[in-house]
Design a protein around this ligand. Structure first.
Ligand code: GLY
Length: 568
């Protein structure tokens, strides 16, 4: 038997389910566990079945990276709004011994992309073109990212890590009420953006307990299990993607797929008080913003102010305003744009940035700087520690909820709409009222600017915290606030994660607050200082793990979704 025919045989075996070593077919109701305590290992993800897959992988002797790969593929099945193989993400790793690594598997603009591709003949932005359908999709990075992570750090055989996802797709799983609502909400978009009826559309409306079966996705996953990277960027899958592009003016070519490579970048690492933080450099803005915001607050007695007090929210909003203004001007794909990282994170610069801060008055954003923020809020994060003490933090995305809503016919997966994370036109307001800058202009093979902020923090040389969240531009603020809740306001991890959050992103010039985040008195006082305070829906969905003083791991899954933690 040739190498290739062996691989094909393996793929067929996997698909037929003859080597099922993973536990039983998933049962409903699965339990959603918001908090877990464990001595050895912990997994926290956006879906209980993905958490279960990660935990099983660890129990079978896999390490944190093996579990991360298995979780990524499982999420592509059970959490289709953001779990993906048609998108991208960032992985942050720290070994027990202290080796650190970050992997950028962010999508790239196709080679045929142009700076003005989302403008009409009079120069107006065609928002729908960067948000829906094939033209919205960047070249997916997820499968290459998982392949690279596994090649460098993985221990279990590749095929074993994809098998649970194949089973979930092939046999199906029962959806929760939240998932049913979410799929029903997108019914119209799924019908409009596809030339066939994808698995996400049912004759009747979805209800909790309905089975979601994804046969074509199972076949794609089987090709990935059998052929690795080539099972996606070559073979039948690439053909199906390119065919899909041809149906409606998409730009991704076979060459784009073949050329896609994820990148091991230099981790962004910095000290903050007694913590050492390891996070993502550009093309994410998240790490820089986190360092800036922690740095800018470090000379103020936040602890004395107290959580959600007027003084604390005012200071944090002013810090957020300044960091996001810098993001707009200065941060883009480092392969295309010189990001002044050193300058942006220099303590003297951060101090000077706060020179015009007034303790009793908001600084209007128009007096702060110029730039842009954009991004949709649907993404997902997972945090893992293994029994050896290695940790992985992954934030992964299709951009919007269900990305472009376009499913690759015959391949069963959703394509991202990450092209919308670029600035379609400098100075033009986007969907969120923000304006764009040159650092993040579209160019062939460039990566769009991200806000994803996967974090591993150590204390005294040992892993202390693994943390991250979805939420588009709100991500750095969510991560910032959870860290401040823990370190300054003395909250436990469950309290820090479940606490209500607020968001300032420089433009639009307002503090957005989750319902009930601030008392009426605090809102009145902030308004009196010149802030505009506006309610918004839930912000972020944090998946976090902390090492407790007694050495045990505590996993916390955000109460804002079906997120679930489990350990052993
Ligand atoms: N698409 C969300 C982000 O990359 O931040």
């Amino acid at each position: 038997m040739t190498y290739l025919s062996k691989k094909i045989a393996l793929a067929c075996i996997l698909l037929l389910g003859l080597t099922h070593s993973w536990a039983q077919a998933p049962a409903f109701p699965y339990s959603i566990q918001k908090e877990a305590l464990a001595d050895s290992a912990m997994v926290v993800t956006a879906h209980p079945l993905a958490t279960q897959v990660g935990l099983e992988t660890l129990r079978k002797g896999g390490n944190a990276v093996d579990a991360a790969v298995a979780v990524q593929f499982a999420l592509a099945v059970v959490y289709p709004q953001a779990g993906n193989i048609g998108g991208g993400g960032f992985l942050v790793y720290r070994s027990k011994e202290g080796q650190t690594a970050v992997l950028d598997y962010r999508e790239k603009a196709p080679a045929a992309a142009t700076e003005k591709m989302y403008l009409d003949s009079t120069g107006n932005v065609l928002t729908n073109k960067s948000r829906f359908g094939m033209l919205a999709a960047g070249v997916p990075g997820t499968v290459d990212g998982m392949w690279e992570a596994h090649k460098k750090f993985g221990r279990l055989p590749w095929g074993d890590l994809v098998t649970p996802a194949i089973e979930l797709a092939e046999k199906g799983f029962q959806i929760t009420e939240r998932e049913a609502e979410s799929l029903n909400g997108e019914r119209f978009n799924f019908i409009r953006q596809n030339t066939f009826t994808p698995a996400f559309v049912k004759m009747e409306m979805w209800q909790a307990g309905d089975w979601l079966i994804q046969k074509e996705l199972a076949q794609t996953l089987a090709r990935i299990a059998g052929f690795g990277r080539e099972g996606f960027y070559g073979s039948g899958t690439a053909k199906l993607i390119v065919e899909e592009m041809g149906k409606n003016g998409g730009l991704i070519t076979y060459q784009d797929l073949q050329n896609y490579r994820s990148v091991w970048r230099t981790p962004l690492e910095f000290d903050h008080k007694d913590l050492h933080i390891i996070t993502m450099p550009p093309p994410s803005s998240g790490g820089i913003l986190l360092q800036q915001m922690l740095g800018m607050t470090s000379n103020f007695p936040l602890k004395e102010y107290g959580m959600h007090s007027t003084a604390a929210v005012h200071l944090m909003a002013e810090v957020e305003r300044r960091a996001y203004a810098d993001r707009a001007m200065h941060i883009g794909d480092p392969d295309f744009w010189k990001v002044p990282m050193k300058r942006l994170t220099d303590p003297a610069y951060l101090k000077s940035r706060m020179a015009d801060f007034q303790a009793d008055k908001a600084t209007p954003s128009k007096k702060v700087a110029a730039g842009d923020i954009k991004e949709s809020e649907e993404t997902t994060h997972y945090s893992i520690v293994d029994a050896a003490g290695n940790a992985v933090a992954v934030t992964t995305t299709l951009n919007d909820s269900y990305g472009s809503r376009t499913v690759v016919a015959g391949a069963g997966f959703i394509l991202n709409n990450e092209m919308d994370d670029f600035s379609a036109k400098p100075g033009a307001p986007n969907l969120y009222g923000a304006i764009g800058g040159a650092a993040n202009a579209i160019a062939p093979e460039k990566r769009p600017l991200s806000s994803m902020t996967p974090v591993i923090a150590t204390k005294g040389g040992k892993i202390w915290l693994v943390l991250g969240s979805p939420g588009g531009t709100t991500i750095p603020n969510t991560v910032f606030q959870v860290l401040v809740n823990l370190t300054e306001f003395g909250r436990s991890l469950p309290e820090a994660v479940q606490a209500k959050r607020f968001h300032h992103q420089w433009q639009p010039d307002k503090i957005q607050i989750e319902e009930g985040a601030l008392s009426e008195t605090v809102i009145e006082q902030l308004t009196g200082m010149g802030h505009t305070v506006e309610p918004r829906g839930p912000m972020g969905r944090v998946e976090a793990i902390v090492r407790l003083p007694n050495g045990r791991w505590q996993g916390v899954a955000d109460g804002r979704g079906d997120d679930s933690a489990a350990g052993y």
